[in-house]
Design a protein around this ligand. Sequence first.
Ligand code: UDP
Length: 244
Amino acid sequence: MPAKSVQSTYGDKIYEGKAKILYRGPKDTILHYFKDSATAFNAQKKAEFDGKGQMNLKISVLLFDYLKMHGIESHLIKQIDDRTFESLSLKMIPAEVVVRNRVAGSLAKRLGEDEGAILNPPTVEFYLKDDAKGDPLVSEDLMVSLFHQKREDLLRMRELALKINSALLVLFQKAKLNLIDFKLEFGKTPGGKILLADEISPDCCRLWDMATGEKLDKDRFRHDLGDLMTGYQIVYDRLIEALK
Ligand code: UDP
């Protein structure tokens, strides 16, 4: 449940996802409440981690603020409390946009390639956001011809995703972290502008320590590689240091 002090701000529950609950906020905004739960493998593996909600909120707000300073707008309006931020209400585009700088995860599995191989230039992929179908990888053409997306929107998301990647690579380099891949979601304003939405946290990025190769992201949970929160805390501390 949201903190009592701000509960009066919360309107109706709109949606409960695997890691967040969305509530209607004041003046047609959305409140994103970050839970402690983690899921993997299409929710077949589940667990709770004390403080994960607060940590992912802190990291998302930090990264959205950083991107804003670099000319990339997001849906974020402001942080409300240690588990909640307020955002614009966007019409979400049903795609998970994955940027990859190195081979890992499903790509390594699908192509039988070693994790860690450099992708030059970075790649952008579209996955259909549809839990029932298991979020399948879909070509840009099929996104248009079967899933009713506009070609110009896909081009814009691709352009934004690569711009976000370039900006994040500079920050993570300073933090001595290798940004292997990450997932973004986008939505449209009533005026038709496409903005970065959802969250950016170690739940949806792969981050490896540059010196040791240690995995500091959700793969710790997916593959039982060590305490999840220890990894997330290192990512946060390094980001704070890099921004000084
Ligand atoms: N990702 C995500 N949500 C998803 C699927 C992937 O946030 O539903 C992120 C994942 O954490 C990784 C990147 O997108 O940083 C690429 O994931 P991949 O396709 O390799 O799939 P996974 O191995 O996570 O199943």
